[in-house]
Design a protein around this ligand. Structure first.
Ligand SMILES: [Mn+2]
Length: 318
């Protein structure tokens, strides 16, 4: 066991009340990881607070104990565990919580992680934060029960596009196998995560895909979602989940870009690449970050200009 992990475990053991937090715009790795960690520490007899940074997408509400995720109560924090966050800005309005907490642990798998905590357990080779959590809980001697296993499986499955991404390794599959042996209901998880798309979301997909454009010999593909489209489909921004993979899966497309106009008119761009373009590098040019094959950034321009800027940057750096 490495020294930092040992020290982090000692710290957790020495503190009774522990807070856990993850990034805004929660995904499955976020929700699955914070719940798994919360349930595990509760099992150790700790008092746990899981702090809500944002609305939890409906996809993850099937997870038991999701109601453990609560609004921040402004009380002093003895130990804060931050999961799946590359930097403190990912905590949105709550980013000051890190400097206000007495002790901090950061567990993450983003290559761009800024090591903002007292103890930083960052493995950019892990396919999901859930993968690191699994290994960490084992090292802590926690009994991974069916509920914890369901949360970790959700984290890993969603962050790997159902075990499709390049980031998936033999370790990922070994962990998944171990989780299945804990008696999780895999079919129920899959039904909830991937086979329960709302009618609103399907309608948003149709509208959004009509904005499909390609550049650079069809190697770059873009789609956009505006506030008007959301209104028309009666959908939320979280309903864009899955659109970018659909675009990327087009033959010949190396980079897919989804531009999302948020309610303040700021454009959030998500980029995915298939084989060789480092989209984290492209996004870092716009003060964003992420992984080689999945990254994002914000651009304070109208959506058409934002699209032009990103496409131009991609072509310049190709
Ligand atoms: Mn993640």
């Amino acid at each position: 066991m490495n020294n930092i992990i040992r020290k982090a475990i000692d710290l957790i053991k020495s503190i009774d009340e522990i807070s856990i937090i993850s990034h805004t715009s929660p995904d499955g790795d976020n929700v699955g990881s914070i719940l798994a960690m919360g349930l595990a520490l509760k099992q150790m007899g700790k008092r746990i607070k899981i702090i809500k940074t944002d609305i939890i997408p409906s996809d993850y509400l099937f997870l038991q104990h999701v109601d453990m995720i609560q609004e921040y109560d402004e009380k002093d924090i003895e130990l804060l565990i931050v999961l799946d966050c590359s930097d403190i800005d990912r905590l949105g309005k709550l980013k000051d919580i890190v400097s206000k907490s007495k002790n901090t642990i950061n567990i993450d798998h983003h290559i761009s992680n800024t090591a903002f905590a007292d103890y930083n357990i960052v493995d950019s080779k892990a396919a999901a934060t859930g993968e690191i959590i699994y290994l960490f809980l084992n090292q802590m001697g926690i009994e991974i029960d069916e509920e914890i296993a369901t949360c970790i499986y959700t984290a890993i499955s969603t962050d790997t596009g159902s075990f499709l991404y390049e980031s998936v390794t033999d370790t990922t599959h070994e962990i998944a196998a171990e989780l299945l042996r804990k008696g999780i209901d895999k079919n129920k998880i899959i039904l909830n995560l991937y086979q329960s798309r709302s009618m609103e979301r399907t309608n948003l997909f149709i509208d959004c895909l009509s904005s499909f454009k390609t550049y650079h010999n069809n190697k770059i593909a873009t789609v956009m979602v505006t506030q008007d489209m959301l209104k028309k489909a009666n959908a939320q921004m979280e309903d864009t989940e899955g659109i970018i993979s659909f675009v990327k899966d087009t033959k010949g497309v190396e980079v897919a870009c989804l531009l999302k106009e948020n309610s303040e008119g700021i454009i959030k761009a998500s980029l995915r690449s298939k084989e060789y373009i480092d989209v984290a590098k492209i996004c870092s040019e716009f003060s964003g970050g992420g992984h080689i094959r999945a990254a994002g950034c914000s651009i304070n321009e109208n959506i058409e200009t934002a699209e032009k800027l990103i496409v131009q940057k991609l072509i310049d750096m190709w």
